[in-house]
Design a protein around this ligand. Sequence first.
Ligand code: ATP
Ligand code: MG
Length: 482
Amino acid sequence: MAQLPLPGRPVEAQLSDHDRLVLGDLPQPVVDILARLMADGHVAVLVGGCLRDLLRDVVPNDWDVATSAPPETVAALFPGASWENRFGTVTILEPIRVEVTTFRVEGGYRDRRRPDEVRWGSSVEEDLARRDFTINAAAWVPTEPGSRAGRLVDPFGAAADLRVRLLRAVGEPDARFAEDALRLLRAVRFAACLDLRVDPPTEAAIRAQASSAASVSGERVRDELLRILTCDSLPSVAFALMEQLGLLSVLLGELAALRGIPQGKPLAGDALDHSLRAADALPVDDPILRLAGLFHDLGKATTMAAGHFTGHEQVGAQLTDAVMHRLRFPNAEIDRVVHLVREHMFAYTHEWTNAAVRRFIRRVGAGALDDLFALRAADAAASGGTTSLDELRRRVAAQLRESPIEQRQLAIDGNDLQRGLGLAPGPVIGALLERLLDSVLEEPARNRPHLLLGMARQMLAAGVGAQRVPPDKSDQPAGNQG
Ligand code: ATP
Ligand code: MG
């Protein structure tokens, strides 16, 4: 993760358009790619986020090159690179990832989402003019192939804006946000993550067009949110700005609805303040866990009655599921967050029996325990309270070490049941294993083959799974269907 520069650190003295600029730390593979394109007779420049980061004295996390060479030519010059035709981007992966994009001039944006057509441009300046914010709209041109000495192309004042920490749209803000509504959210990301002030005309345009953010595809919003959740500043900064600019209610209405819901905790603030603090308290390298912090109390907006939020974890789980589907998160990530939201209200006390600890482990799942403890710690920190999970952690570790918790740890399996009881394969086997596990969770000493088989026989006689026994067994007395 890139480091933010020291506050107030000057951005490369007083750089401006056409100034000489030596990029001493430019990685050799990037130097080589620029040189290869130039040697073949094309213009090739460094652009976008990486140049912005270099000007801020921050190590870039990806490299972007723009060139006058058409995509076919770029692809031919770098065999092995992959080529996304629609946007003219050729991605070189070895030895480092560099995206090479042909200069573009964009056409209309009828749907406010993606350009209707992308046309190749012929100059750096044209290419820079279609970029979103001034800080992203500068380029660097090497003086000659292979050189780290070069010249800044900065027609919109990127260096000056970085120096005074200002976020400004390139050109006319209203027109730029109308072209692509994702820029509304990108503005929040850059302002919050890079600690920039939003220029008043840009800010006014964002407020005026906030409602159009609803038209941006779930995937694009998701990717931008993930970048917000993993940047160097706390999520609360970005989400507060989103709210202030009118974007939160458009993109995450379920979260915005927590504004004004009383929290009644030692720390001041409402349920939205609390949720943002919970996200802040979770690790920056796990954005999905941060989402669990952000969403854990979504259910509070509609469940408040007589000072309680009964069942808010269930309602919250449903809302989280809906939000994450809308934002096209992968199912595994949705399941992970929804499960944590649903389980976040566990109330451990010293009085829990070991069997209760085992049932807790089984309900949560051994693999989700660390997540759930992290969420609980963040929840407590965000309430201004403390929580001690040490004892529960110790007891959980002991039970995991000593006792069977999962079906696969039972001393018999489905085959043993079929053989031992003369049963055909079918749902009844699963139902019996479930019940045997319940029993072993109560008393681990029961986990011995002959005891389990005996219990299974009794369960069968008492009608466990009887409703689902295959047809040839279904002629049992109705009284056994309990
Ligand atoms: P990061 O450092 O987080 O990757 P970035 O500025 O490189 O940030 P990218 O999304 O990688 O952001 O885009 C690369 C460059 O492409 C941007 O710096 C900007 O110049 C341009 N760009 C990206 N998305 C848009 C957009 N929606 N509208 C206009 N220009 C864009
Ligand atoms: Mg980038």
